[in-house]
Design a protein around this ligand. Sequence first.
Ligand SMILES: *Cc1c(COP(=O)(O)O)cnc(C)c1O
Length: 403
Amino acid sequence: MLPRRPHELPPTAGLPLRLADLRPGAATLADDIAAQLGTPPLQLECSGTASLLIALTALHELQPQRRRVVVPAYTCPLVAIAVQQAGLELQLCDLRAGHYDMDPAALRAACDERTLAIIPTHLAGRVADADDALAVARSVGAYVIEDAAQALGARDKGVSVGLAGDIGFFSLAAGKGLSIYEGGLLLARDPKLQEQLARTAARIVPHSLGWEWKRSIELLGYAALYQPRGLRLAYGNPLRHALRRGDPVAAVGDDFPLTIPLHRVGRWRQVVGTHAATRLPAFLDQLSAQAQRRLPRLRRIDGIEALDDPAGAQGTWPFLLLLLPDQRRRDAALAQLWSSGLGVSRLFIHALPDYAYLAGVVPPQDVPNARDFAARSLSISNSPWVTDDDFETICRTLESVLA
Ligand SMILES: *Cc1c(COP(=O)(O)O)cnc(C)c1O
């Protein structure tokens, strides 16, 4: 194992908060982000998962006879939990071999007149093939919801992700770029669908002083600790503890509660997000430039594939997602790097059917490509705190494992 870095690096590049972000001001977060991205109005919700739950509920009202929701077999467990909480049926679709997109043939096999929605997913900031999902959805009369939780700011053919499909959502959770600790932004191209989403939210999302207090205190903690000195306490120590227990699911925070809270986002957290959002465009540019500088170095390492965007797309770069040749060498690299404080980690630990705690939520299914993706992938933080020396240490370790 490598010696531990003196200060801990985060696994993803979140936009750090400043003390000045906590001052009073305007609460125009959703409007400001919509203006930055060039989208129709955005609807602020209490999490990305809550946004998805509202979207599914709204679509089910429009198509009550359809109950199936098709999702990639390798994605955030919260997506499966949202489908369950909406009272709908989860239908997994395996991935394309060695890729984050759903397999086109498997997608067609998974969809029919029972399908309510398909959820292409812009994983790790990489731009997914929403057009293929849209073609399949149109052929069976279903909707497309783009999961852009990890891709705020990503663009495809010059426009923000989330606009190719019927609905899109972004996450404002801790560590996912811009954060108000927990939050989500909902997007729909069609004004009628925007109204439907607003009506559904007005009906099912209550005010909750208790939740807003909790989130406000958590946001203060995040503002204080999301920096290399604080992250050991907030992230590194719990990570190493979970790894010593042999619990990788807890180590990456994949162990979500099975009930998603729904409540309105209070004004103060919106103000904090509004201040921080002024720095978002420059921050995303900085991350993109850093990734473009570092990708060629990774690609010179024999046996490493660094995932990139399709032609015509500009994703965001919270971290670099790699595929190694096999699980043995991926695990050998993690044995050196995971606990070292260098920001190397894994994305989701399992394909969805392989989380024991989701047994009642996810139907068993053989999804070999999703399992292979889980077994061979590894992430390297693209935080600006990862210095060139840190990055070189990571690359040399990968080289020695792959030699
Ligand atoms: C984080 C995430 C979500 C859920 O977003 P939250 O804001 O954490 O509720 C959904 N999908 C993907 C791919 C995610 O990474």
